[in-house]
Design a binder for this molecule. Structure first.
Ligand SMILES: Cc1cc2nc3c(=O)[nH]c(=O)nc-3n(C[C@H](O)[C@H](O)[C@H](O)COP(=O)(O)OP(=O)(O)OC[C@H]3O[C@@H](n4cnc5c(N)ncnc54)[C@H](O)[C@@H]3O)c2cc1C
Length: 403
């Protein structure tokens, strides 16, 4: 039986960040990380396409929380304690400067997630955090004071336990046995599969700002839209997938979306098309792209409106004008399934947030049991927000534990 002051289960982003901060703030505590894999930080390694999108350049807590479909309300207080600016400072102080990209995402200047991993491993060593790999925690028993933790071959005891196991269905079952409630896990941050003639031949086309809604629901988002080989992606779609994670799972990922490619009403668009009919009378509709749309997308919208490549503006009848206005402002597409967004994907679901004290990230059910990261029912849209949740929870828990 091995005895520790603090045991951290899970050597991922939240687990390492917590362990280092606990050991740094209170060097007297004997801290260990139990990690089931042969090495830790595997998600950090592949994150952000191998560059690790560490956080996001959003420095107002009230704005930052809007990126969390689950956890928005609960993270406001924690972000006042530790948020993006603190993350930047934390890494910078430890020799890892971060840089901001045009869309606000922040990466290590090295452009390599290995820099973050090296930083964590060095800091853990410096502060004498023990790391035990190949330790798959299979049981936790609360004691009168502290916890007993079982892996296949070993037993551990500690006063304080921090769970940072990420989206592990097996571990959520174990936490249910401890009396915690788990919100059903469903995927978040995915792209939409759409088999439609209008987009079949134009992968790679980007509409810079569209409005998308899911018919029959209140789900709505706006932003860039990317046509892919299998459907649609980019922030407008990824935001819907995150905010609609639970609702879209219930629909078995079969639903209809309506896209307004030009963010104008049908009526305003129709009026503009009528003016163009006069002004461009002799030109072909196909060749006179309008509304700042990508040329190839305009072509598809025109062909889908009962016209061919030769149709001239002057020849458009009422029905064709209305069809084109409809394609531009309320084009309906059938979504049939989802695909993984490779840069970043997360699972919605986890420990019910009502069971957590967000001043400390301690369980309201068991004293001295803490949680951080994706094990909680918190997740975000893409852009570095998921790691920020891990850093914030881990830091606040570390402060409470180090005391
Ligand atoms: C491909 C990909 C790219 C991503 N890119 C980004 C990005 O650029 N920016 C961003 O903000 N987010 C990104 N994310 C999301 C981000 O990686 C997660 O939100 C984050 O890793 C969560 O941290 P965590 O510590 O809670 O969980 P994890 O990092 O998943 O760590 C959990 C750890 O617990 C261990 N564990 C599980 N069960 C047990 C057990 N029974 N016993 C012992 N150990 C156990 C696991 O092996 C793992 O090491 C990405 C996700 C993916 C999949």
């Amino acid at each position: 039986m091995k005895q520790y002051d603090v045991i951290i289960v899970g050597g991922g982003a939240a687990g390492f960040f917590a362990a280092i901060n606990i050991a740094e703030q209170n060097p007297e505590l004997k801290v260990v990380i139990l990690e089931k894999a042969k090495e830790g930080l595997q998600k950090v390694k592949i994150s952000g396409g191998g560059r690790c999108n560490v956080t996001h350049a959003e420095f107002i807590p009230q704005e930052l929380i809007k990126n969390y479909p689950r956890g928005e309300k609960e993270l406001l207080g924690p972000f006042h304690q530790f948020m993006t600016g603190d993350t930047i400072e934390w890494f910078e102080k430890r020799g890892v400067p971060l840089k901001i990209e045009d869309d606000g995402r922040m990466f290590p200047e090295s452009n390599s997630s290995q820099t973050i991993i090296d930083c964590f491993l060095n800091e853990a060593k410096k502060h004498q955090v023990e790391i035990l790999y190949s330790q798959n925690v299979s049981d936790i028993q609360p004691l009168d004071e502290g916890f007993e933790i079982h892996t296949k071959d070993e037993m551990f005891q500690c006063e304080t336990l921090l769970i940072a196991t990420g989206s592990s269905v097996k571990f959520w079952k174990l936490l249910e046995n401890l009396g915690h409630t788990i919100s059903q896990p469903v995927p978040s941050l995915f792209t939409f599969n759409i088999n439609d003639k209008r987009i079949k031949d134009i992968p790679g086309v980007v509409a810079s700002h569209v409005e998308v809604s899911v018919l029959g629901t209140n789900l709505y988002s706006e932003g860039p839209l990317l046509i892919t080989h299998w459907g649609m992606s980019a922030p407008s779609i990824l935001k819907l997938s995150a905010f609609g994670a639970v609702e879209l799972a219930k629909l078995d990922y079969k639903f209809q979306i309506e896209i307004n490619f030009i963010r104008q009403s049908f009526e305003d668009c129709l009026e503009e098309l009528k003016v163009l009919k006069q002004d461009l009378a002799k030109k072909t509709v196909f060749k006179s792209t309008q509304f700042d749309l990508p040329k190839r997308l305009w072509h598809q919208m025109v062909l889908a409106s009962n016209m061919n490549e030769e149709t001239r503006w002057a020849d458009l009848n009422k029905q064709q004008l209305e069809a084109l206005a409809g394609q531009l402002t309320k084009a309906v597409f059938n979504v049939d399934g989802k695909s993984t967004f490779k840069d970043e994907f997360v699972t919605a679901g986890g420990v019910d947030l009502k069971e957590i004290n967000f001043k400390t990230f301690e369980s309201r059910i068991h004293k001295n049991l803490f949680f951080a990261g994706e094990v909680l029912n918190i997740d975000a849209v893409t852009g570095g927000f998921n790691f920020q949740n891990a850093w914030t929870g881990a830091y606040i828990a570390s402060k409470a534990i180090a005391k």
